[in-house]
Each structure stands twice: as C-alpha cells, then as structure tokens.
Design a protein around this ligand. Structure first.
Ligand code: FES
Length: 310
C-alpha cells in the first residue's frame, strides 16, 4: 500500500483528472500501460481506476474518474478529493497489458474508456511501435482529454469520433491494418461487444482481441451452498441472495475486494474441492473450465459444498 497525495485536480467536463505523487516525493513503483491502481476511498470503499499517465513518469500517477450518476460511492468519493488530500492506494496491477509481439496496436476507447489507452499510446510511442488510437465520445464539448490528445507527440495517430459529427467506421478501421494487429478496447459494453464481434468476423484470433471492463452486469443469487475456508477452518452457509464474501464476513473472515463485480481479480481464490459456478468477467473460458479458481465477490457453486484455499 502507498500513501499518495493529490497534487493536481482538474475538471474536464464530467471527468476529474487526479495527479498523485508520493508524499515524500520519492519515485513511485513502475507500471506498464494498461495497469490500474485501487483507491482506498474509505474503509469499505475500494475502487480500481486505470492509470492514464505516461508509464515513463516515475513521479506521478494520473487517473481520470467520470462522475457517474449511478455511482455506488466510488465516483463521488473520488470527485470529492481535493489538492493536498492524502489517499492510500495499491501498487499498480496490470490485467490489460500490451502484447509486445504485435505488429500494430489498434486502440479503441469509448468515453472514460480512453484512460488506459492514453498510457498505452505513450508507451507505444516511446517504444517506436506502430499504433493508432481511436477515441469515441458523444460530443467534443463533453469529451475529456481532448487537449492532451491534440497536443500529444503522437497526435497524428489519434482519430476522434463524435456521435454528433463523424462516427467510427469499425469495419474500415479493423480492416485497414497490418497482419498480426492486436486490438484493445475499453468503454461502454456495446462498443466493446461491437469491436469484438466485428474483429472476429474479420478473422482476428481471440488472443488478438483485448478488452477491459469498468463495470459489468453480475448475475446474482442462486441455490444456497456451503463454503469451507480450509486454511482458516471456517465453514459458512451462503444463502440464496448472499455472496461468498458476505457470508464469510459474517463469520469474521474478511476477503480483499475492490470492484465487487467480478472484473478486477482482487478476490481470486484457489478452489480445493467442488465445482464453481462462475459469474465473473475476469477468468478466461479456459480458466473457468479448469474450475480450480473462483472470484468470491460474485461467483457461486454448482455443488452443495465448496472448499477454498483461504
Ligand atoms: S472484487 Fe473485483 S473481482 Fe472480486
């Protein structure tokens, strides 16, 4: 855990840009583009945000947080931060890394999904790698990061698409690229689904398509089952409308959680016995089929008793 200070706060439309630095001015842990950090906004409010700063900047982390009217607390608490405030954050973790073997990287960000793309563009530019960045937003006036993109050293690789001007032509963008192009997308689900569908239709392999979710629908509830935390020696009943995390908390066993939506991987735990009922968006289809790991914030069991390594 790091204690950082907000050294700059800037509002661009509905997005607050927060620049964080170590309170003692020492260099921060390094990260690769696509990484996120967890902001500990209060004791029970931990939220992951993508780093949008240049990974070569060892002194600062920058985040962009959208003011979300459906916020469950994270967005509002992040917007309430002021310059000079101190905050605990996790070290960077990367679940959305660039593939170093790609011949070309096609970055497609929608709305606040532009944030990891900014770090990716900076890293690819610094490495002299081939890439293009497409940023989709409802309108120029509502879009954040426009000044940064228009003044970036890679500005000629940036393509802006506004719904009220010129929309993105996905098929053209996906087709007009070299072989072994990897596509990275982040933003609204309908954009990411469209990118994935069109890329697959054009023959992209699954491993060439990368996406990062900010939020996700999680199917909740199901049949009650028993969870045994083998290391702790605790056994609990998970009720029909309860998560494993909630059931364990009632028995005094706290699980580290962040997104609580099966996205971030914070609550990933090994399964020792039993068959998980995966509800998350984090594990790959192969990992789900293996059945030896589970996300405790959202997934359940297909059997009466699940033994986990906790
Ligand atoms: S808390 Fe994020 S996946 Fe469970």
């Amino acid at each position: 855990m790091l204690t950082l200070q907000v050294i700059r706060r800037e509002l661009q439309g509905e997005v607050v840009l927060l620049t964080l630095a170590h309170v003692d001015g020492i260099p921060l842990p390094t990260f690769r583009a696509g990484a996120h950090i967890d902001l500990h906004l209060s004791a029970d409010l931990i939220r992951p945000y993508s780093l949008c700063s240049d990974p070569q900047d060892a002194q600062h982390y920058q985040l962009g947080v959208l003011k979300d009217s459906r916020s469950t607390g994270g967005s509002l608490a992040a917007h309430a931060l002021r310059e000079g405030d101190q905050i605990q954050v996790s070290e960077p973790r990367n679940l959305f890394a660039l593939d170093d073997a790609a011949a070309h990287s096609l970055l497609i960000g929608g709305g606040i999904g532009i944030t990891p793309m900014l770090a990716m563009a900076a890293e690819l530019h610094a490495g002299g790698r081939s890439f293009s960045l497409h940023y989709c937003a409802r309108s120029r006036s509502q879009a954040a990061f426009i000044p940064q993109l228009e003044n970036a050293p890679f500005a000629e690789r940036v393509h802006l698409h506004f719904s009220d001007e010129q929309r993105l032509n996905l098929d053209a963008v996906l087709c007009d690229v070299p072989d072994n192009t990897h596509v990275y997308t982040c933003g609204p689900t309908r954009l990411m689904d469209a990118v994935t569908d069109r890329a697959k239709a054009q023959g992209y392999r699954q491993e060439q398509i990368h996406q990062e979710c900010f939020s996700a629908e999680v199917q909740t509830g199901g049949t009650a089952f028993e969870v045994v935390a083998a290391t702790s020696g605790i056994s609990v009943k998970v009720l029909e409308n309860q998560t494993i995390v909630e059931a364990l908390a009632q028995a005094g066993l706290k699980v580290n959680v962040s997104c609580k939506q099966g996205i971030c991987g914070s609550c990933l735990t090994d399964v020792l016995e039993g068959e998980p009922d995966h509800r998350d968006h984090y594990l790959t289809d192969e990992e789900k089929a293996d059945g030896d790991q589970i996300l405790l914030c959202c997934s359940r069991a297909k059997c009466a008793r699940l033994v986990i390594d906790l």
